[in-house]
Ligand binder design. Structure first.
Ligand SMILES: [Zn+2]
Length: 471
């Protein structure tokens, strides 16, 4: 049904209309009005509601420090800021990798990369993994995922639990758009196409309980359309312009939900899989290392009512905490063997409606195999952050390499303070070594291995990744 809608001529009529609407929205202030004002105590009551929907938006490649509510001075994110201001914002969030597939496997399953094994080119989630969409589907939600990133394609197991899991068909007409990514890559379609597909889904199933996942990709491609302010001509400026554009697309979705009266019963979550580097540590792009610019990401929860003020969480948390928190918030069953934890008690504590007397600080971990695309090249990198210190460890370099940063005094991670034998360093190293050397297999099975055909390889090359030729 959904596929038919995506292919229908009506879709293109609707698509053209929506694109005009997005253009119009640029000229008028459509930044979020109108959810009813709620009390913080209502957060606790969400679990008892049987009318809640969930919209989960992953903005691929969005680093936290380019978002207004995270302190950025440029006006990039009017709509995200408004959502955060009256909802819940986590200000210190670590993605579990700087490469989409490893990061998204952790985000969905609440497990660390060491324990889920989705680390390299051909690794895929096994069917034994239980994904949030399966839990939501089993609880009676209509489930749809709209993605344009080949690393979260069905062949890697990311479609589990989705009734509809689709790349939107590229629109035939669209606004003038620029794509200024340094690595090039011509990813077909746009986030407007994803928006059209989302509207189709909501049109068909919005009167039932629904879970909608949108994986936005225009930012990954530094793509923006007309009506975007001119921030300059560096890659970093183009990136900011693409954030502004993506924020507008999200604002439009929000406006549609408002018009259809669904804001009062829909939770809207914004997350990201990794950031983007602009030569802070010598590289552009991502999937090369684990420094702050590529692993610190936003996480915002828009509630079905407005809080005034919203809840701000400063404790360091991780993307693996997202789904344990959301499932708990909605009173749904949890994930299997998650390493992440529900932060609902922390939210209630910061909202002033509950005491927990828990210490919420604990080490946060990230992992990247920088050799993920090469058959015989394994270059693991492990990062651990705790109590204002971050240790980055390259265990297979000869000799192994270490970097230690003071994340409070040196948030850009520019000064390596590593001294062998220092007690703080040793404590972090012990924590990192335990995770890396003693993985706790999350589902009792290894990652599935998949072969990629040329079509799929080309879809990945279109993102600008130097995907190797398979032998
Ligand atoms: Zn990504």
């Amino acid at each position: 049904m959904f596929r038919r809608l995506l292919d229908s001529p009506t879709t293109y009529f609707v698509a053209a209309g929506l694109m005009v609407l997005v253009a119009v929205a640029a000229q008028f202030d459509l930044s979020f009005p109108s959810r009813t004002v709620g009390e913080a105590a209502e957060i606790r009551e969400l679990r008892d509601r049987d009318d809640l929907n969930l919209v989960f938006i992953v903005v691929d490649t969005l680093r936290a420090d380019r978002v207004g509510v995270y302190g950025y001075e440029r006006p990039t994110t009017e709509n995200l800021d408004a959502l955060a201001q009256h909802g819940i914002v986590f200000r210190d969030v670590l993605a579990q990798s700087s490469w989409t597939k490893t990061s998204m496997a952790s985000l969905w399953t609440g497990t660390l990369p060491f324990n889920n094994g989705i680390l390299r080119f051909g690794d895929a989630l096994p069917t034994e993994a239980r994904l949030p969409a399966e839990i939501l589907r089993d609880a009676g939600f209509r489930t749809a995922g709209i993605y344009r990133n080949g690393w979260v394609a069905p062949n890697f197991g990311f479609d589990q639990g989705f009734e509809f899991y689709q790349r939107p068909r590229p629109g035939r007409s669209r606004m003038e758009a620029e794509s200024r990514h340094p690595a090039g890559g011509t990813l077909e379609g746009s986030d407007e196409d994803s928006l059209v597909a989302a509207m189709d889904f909501l049109h068909s199933f919005g009167n039932e309980r629904f879970f909608l996942y949108m994986h936005m990709m225009d930012l990954h491609q530094y793509r923006y359309a007309e009506g975007t302010p001119d921030f300059g001509s560096s890659y970093s400026d183009y990136y900011d312009m693409a954030i502004h554009w993506t924020d507008r697309v999200i604002g439009h979705l929000h406006e549609q939900l408002r018009k259809s009266g669904q804001l009062q019963n829909t939770i809207i979550v914004i997350a990201s899989d990794h950031g983007e580097a602009f030569r802070e540590h010598g590289f552009e792009g991502h999937a090369r290392n684990l420094f702050t610019e590529v692993v610190n990401v936003p996480w915002i929860i828009g509630l079905p009512f407005q809080l005034d003020p919203g809840v701000v969480i400063d404790e360091p948390v991780s993307n693996i905490d997202i789904w344990p928190t959301l499932l708990d918030l909605m009173g749904l069953p949890g994930l299997t063997n998650p390493d992440g934890r529900s932060l609902v008690p922390l939210i209630l504590e910061r909202a002033g409606v509950q005491d927990s007397n828990t210490s919420w600080r604990r080490p946060q971990f990230a992992y990247l195999d920088r050799g993920w695309g090469w058959p015989e090249r394994e270059i693991p990198i492990v990062a651990v952050t705790d109590s204002g210190r971050k240790l980055v460890w390259w265990p297979k370099l000869d000799p192994p390499e270490f970097q230690l940063f003071d994340t409070e005094a040196d948030p850009g991670e520019q000064t390596n303070l590593y001294v062998p034998g220092d007690p703080d360093t040793e404590r972090l190293f012990d924590a990192a070594r335990e995770k890396y050397e003693s993985p706790q297999n999350a589902w009792g099975v290894e990652a599935r291995q998949v072969e990629l055909d040329e079509m799929r390889l080309n879809q990945l090359r279109a993102l600008g990744y130097a995907v190797p030729r398979q032998r």
